[in-house]
Design a protein around this ligand. Structure first.
Ligand code: HEC
Ligand code: HEC
Ligand code: HEC
Ligand code: HEC
Ligand code: HEC
Ligand code: HEC
Length: 448
């Protein structure tokens, strides 16, 4: 192939023009001299607690600030402002500063930065663009993806029903045909009613008819048994929620600890659902999300009575607490305690709730799902049933004689240490003491 020698020539012209244009327009903005890379660290250390380049936080969005000061004919005062805004305001020499004074609720504090550093900061701020989020590059599932619900063997039942229907239809067609034939045959025979003809047909095909009957009966019975076994089983329950909160976004992508939101899980019986104040710790400044923009986060603001426009709370705006739907719900007669299991027993959330950071809303994980996770005790009974609690208490060892990790067992420790006979009796064949052996199978431990 012949090389086109003109291309590099044209290319170099275009390049030169570009360079000239860049220099020309670049010189219009004195902050282009700043070093954006150095500015990033300075911005994060000194300004990010109150400012975002693009979003209003405690202070205004900073992108375009340079232009705003230039428009006011006060480019030089910007440096004075950053170093000591209060002093500039009280000097009375700056109209722009006076204007900014009314910005509520807080005021800008003096910043220990020099002119060059200020140039660097604004070079970074002006060049800032929202980082492109690439789905799936962080090992987290894609949030809010509508998952195909696993039809867990249900298709078998659909198939069975389809076959029954087909048999019935063919059967009826057969009857119909026979009826036609017979009515043709016995056109003059008034002694034979349709009923008798049908009976006659059924009798002649008795083998098939009874086989069909048996099949229908068997299917009905096994379906009944299957349904009975499902009573009280809530696995897979995932109610819709008033706000599209996602554990994938919070716990996986942003690595927020479970205990930040479910803060009582180690201290008390219940893990707790975070109040709207906890959400506002972050969503006062994070006002738009990747997926629903301001729509879903706006619901948090409504609940809290927060006005984005004036960055303030109003009781009159509040729509009240967020009414989350309960996902796990044991009957009232059962006692379950989180701190006992999580803190004292040292059991991880995944053992009972599955890999929550891969779910959007809360859901009841199935035991099969949990068994697939690394490091979990493999159980067979459906989650949240009595069999499930009992089975785990039967196989899980308790570290009674280990380090004094909790005062809970102090009394038992003392008694067992002083009584080798008793200790031997308690230890199973494999030398461990299970929850069951300590009373974890006693009705009164779990039932009020
Ligand atoms: C303690 C919070 C706080 C910190 C830290 C802070 N600012 Fe501010 N800044 C504000 C507030 C609040 C305002 C609005 C004016 C006011 O109320 O004083 C503001 C206003 C400004 C303005 C004027 C914006 C405009 O549109 O003209 C600039 C420029 C600015 N800050 C730059 C900075 C820089 C650069 C830093 C870091 C070196 C910084 N600020 C650190 C709170 C802060
Ligand atoms: C031994 C099993 C087990 C472990 C381990 C466990 N949970 Fe639970 N969790 C349950 C059960 C059972 C319920 C239902 C309680 C009820 O309805 O009274 C529940 C309910 C919840 C709820 C609903 C609110 C509430 O308190 O009832 C949250 C939130 C929760 N768990 C979070 C966690 C977190 C976070 C962890 C890990 C730090 C964890 N759980 C560890 C079994 C467990
Ligand atoms: C520790 C900080 C933190 C807390 C607390 C927090 N969030 Fe978030 N939330 C985030 C971050 C970070 C994002 C991701 C924003 C983005 O997509 O850029 C987010 C995103 C969201 C989104 C996604 C919106 C969208 O359009 O993509 C919703 C909805 C949400 N949060 C609801 C809540 C609720 C409800 C609470 C309280 C129960 C809460 N958050 C508490 C940090 C937090
Ligand atoms: C940013 C706050 C936040 C973080 C972090 C968080 N959760 Fe949640 N969690 C919630 C909210 C809000 C709900 C209620 C809404 C729902 O069920 O979808 C909830 C619901 C749950 C439920 C079901 C509650 C019920 O009603 O039975 C469980 C279980 C749970 N979370 C476990 C976890 C685990 C385990 C982690 C850590 C991997 C975790 N959560 C991290 C906020 C959070
Ligand atoms: C994954 C295993 C596991 C599951 C599932 C489980 N438990 Fe436990 N449970 C434990 C362990 C381990 C302990 C002992 C904790 C400790 O005190 O060291 C315990 C202790 C208890 C105790 C205290 C027993 C005593 O002797 O004082 C009660 C009550 C209890 N569990 C109730 C329940 C109920 C109710 C359920 C079902 C809703 C349940 N547990 C499900 C592992 C489990
Ligand atoms: C380790 C905890 C635990 C122990 C020990 C325990 N149960 Fe239960 N039991 C439960 C749980 C959890 C449920 C609720 C199951 C459900 O809702 O499916 C339950 C439910 C029941 C129910 C009601 C069934 C229903 O449909 O609501 C009865 C009756 C019952 N238990 C009797 C007993 C008796 C009797 C004992 C002692 C021999 C006992 N339980 C010991 C955890 C326990």
């Amino acid at each position: 192939m012949k090389l086109d020698t003109r291309t590099p020539f044209i290319g170099s012209w275009a390049l030169q023009a570009l360079i000239i244009l860049t220099i020309f327009f670049g010189s219009l903005n004195s902050f282009a001299q700043g070093d954006a890379e150095a500015g990033e660290a300075l911005f994060k250390n000194n300004c990010a607690s109150c400012h975002h380049p693009l979003k209003r936080q405690t202070g205004p969005a900073l992108k375009g600030a340079v232009q705003r000061w230039a428009d006011a004919g006060e480019s030089e005062n910007l440096y004075r402002w950053v170093k000591n805004a209060g002093a500039l305001i009280s000097s009375g020499e700056s109209a722009r500063a006076k204007e900014l004074e009314s910005y509520d609720p807080s005021a800008m504090t003096p910043q220990a930065v020099n002119d060059q550093e200020i140039d660097n900061i604004f070079a970074y701020v002006e060049a800032f663009t929202e980082p492109e989020k690439v789905a799936g590059d962080d090992g987290c599932p894609t949030p809010y993806l509508i998952e195909e619900k696993e039809s867990s063997g249900k298709w078998k039942w659909l198939l069975a029903i389809a076959i029954i229907l087909a048999v019935v239809i063919f059967g009826l067609a057969g009857v119909n045909r026979r009826l036609k034939e017979t009515s043709d045959d016995f056109q003059t025979d008034d002694d034979h009613t349709y009923m008798e003809i049908t009976k006659d047909w059924l009798w002649r095909n008795k083998v098939w008819v009874s086989l069909f009957g048996v099949v229908v009966l068997l299917i009905a019975l096994s379906d009944l048994g299957w349904r009975a076994a499902q009573i009280d089983v809530v696995e897979g329950y995932e109610p819709s929620q008033p706000i599209k909160f996602s554990h994938i976004v919070h716990a996986c992508k942003h690595e927020i600890d479970c205990k930040y939101c479910h803060s009582s899980v180690e201290k008390s019986k219940s893990a707790g659902i975070p109040s709207v104040n906890i959400c506002m710790n972050c969503h006062r400044s994070i006002q738009e999300g990747t997926y629903f923009k301001g729509e879903e986060i706006g619901k948090i603001h409504s609940a809290a009575g927060y006005s984005v426009d004036d960055n303030a709370y109003y009781d009159s705006l509040s729509t009240g607490p967020i009414a989350w739907n309960k996902v796990h719900n044991l009957p009232d007669h059962v006692y379950f305690n989180h701190s006992q299991h999580v803190k004292v027993g040292g059991i991880d959330c995944i053992q009972c709730h599955g890999d929550v950071q891969t779910y959007n809303g809360g859901k009841v994980a199935s035991v099969e799902e949990i068994n697939k996770l690394e490091g979990t005790t493999k159980l067979t009974k459906p989650v949240l049933t009595m069999g499930w609690c009992i089975e785990c208490h039967n196989v899980t060892g308790v570290n009674v004689l280990g380090a004094e990790k909790d005062s809970y067992y102090d009394e038992i420790h003392k008694r067992l240490k002083n009584n080798p006979e008793l200790l031997k009796k308690f230890k199973g064949e494999d030398g461990t003491i299970t929850v069951k052996e300590l009373g974890g199978w006693e009705c009164a431990k779990c039932h009020y």
